[in-house]
Design a protein around this ligand. Structure first.
Ligand code: ADP
Ligand code: MG
Length: 274
């Protein structure tokens, strides 16, 4: 790979991508007869991080999977409502699922790089799936660009041919973020991306999120209230009370949710009282 003094972040293979607005409208969801979400509406603004908080089992992961059409992969799953990406319903008949999943990427709790595949190949692994074409030269630029954005470039620039599985857990998660970025998503969904990581790695991911939010809309599920307060500008509190489906109790600017929430249940939750 050629060395360059140009800031990699300013060097783009294609025009820079930017975040999109994602809007969930009246989403209800079922697994068989079990209703798990009840009329959830939420706007996730471009250029910002939205944190989804709430106890386990209240439907946060289900909601996230609905946002990029992964929910429908479960045979018993059903859904009502709309998900608008820049105003267009991703569930509209005739909509292209592959294109939707390209535009709306996902990072999971457990880092899942292809362990035997090289670090560089991991980054570009999604390109074929989405039908994106990149020339050989541009490919290495893209690898550098995505690893830089994911905050991993300096650590791996001399060992791009080593297997992804040789990296530490925190590095693997940043590799997964780089892989998500390679297909130029508009939205990045992150389901507890730091739950399996140590505090130092967690901080690195948080720094990455803070940088990325200027170009990709981020929705993150987290159980860590300090993390939600640190990384997000908007917050939604999910709750499923006594066998009822999950719903959003309250959503708004993170500042308000933490310092001056409207609902006493929000205050209890963000202050660790349940
Ligand atoms: P959270 O992420 O907030 O912990 P989930 O979205 O994982 O919540 O789960 C919400 C509810 O949906 C739970 O009652 C869970 O048991 C149920 N659920 C999740 N995934 C499935 C599935 N694949 N099949 C059946 N039920 C599921
Ligand atoms: Mg979950």
């Amino acid at each position: 790979m050629s060395e360059s003094l140009v800031d990699p972040a300013s060097r783009t293979v294609e025009p820079a991508f930017q975040g999109s607005e994602l809007e969930a409208v009246d989403i209800s969801a079922w697994f068989g007869k079990h209703k798990v979400l009840q009329r959830v509406s939420l706007t996730m603004s471009a250029g910002s991080v939205t944190a989804l908080i709430g106890p386990s089992g209240c439907g946060k992961s289900t909601f996230l999977r609905i946002l990029n059409r992964m929910h429908e992969l479960v045979p018993s799953a059903a859904l009502a409502g709309e998900v608008l990406l820049d105003g267009v319903d991703i569930y509209e008949p005739g909509g292209r699922i592959t294109e939707t999943r390209r535009r709306i990427g996902m990072v999971f709790q457990k880092p899942n790089p292809f362990p035997a595949m090289s670090i560089a190949d991991n980054v570009t692994a999604g390109l074929k799936l989405t039908g994106s074409k990149v020339s050989r030269n541009d490919r290495m630029d893209l690898v550098e660009q995505c690893l830089t954005k994911a905050g991993l470039w300096k650590e791996v620039r001399d060992r791009l041919k080593q297997p992804g599985g040789a990296l530490s857990g925190g590095q693997q998660q940043r590799l997964c973020i780089a892989r998500s970025l390679a297909v130029r998503p508009d939205v990045l969904l992150m389901d507890e991306p730091c739950s399996a990581l140590d505090p130092t790695s967690t901080r690195r991911i948080e720094e990455t999120i803070a940088e990325l939010r200027h170009e990709v809309t981020i929705v993150i599920v987290t159980h860590n209230m300090q993390q939600a307060a640190r990384v997000s500008q908007h917050c939604a509190f999910f709750l499923a009370e006594a066998g009822t489906p999950g719903l959003i109790v309250e959503a708004g600017p993170t500042e308000m949710m933490f310092n001056d929430p409207v609902d006493p249940r929000t205050a209890d939750y963000v202050n660790g009282r349940f």
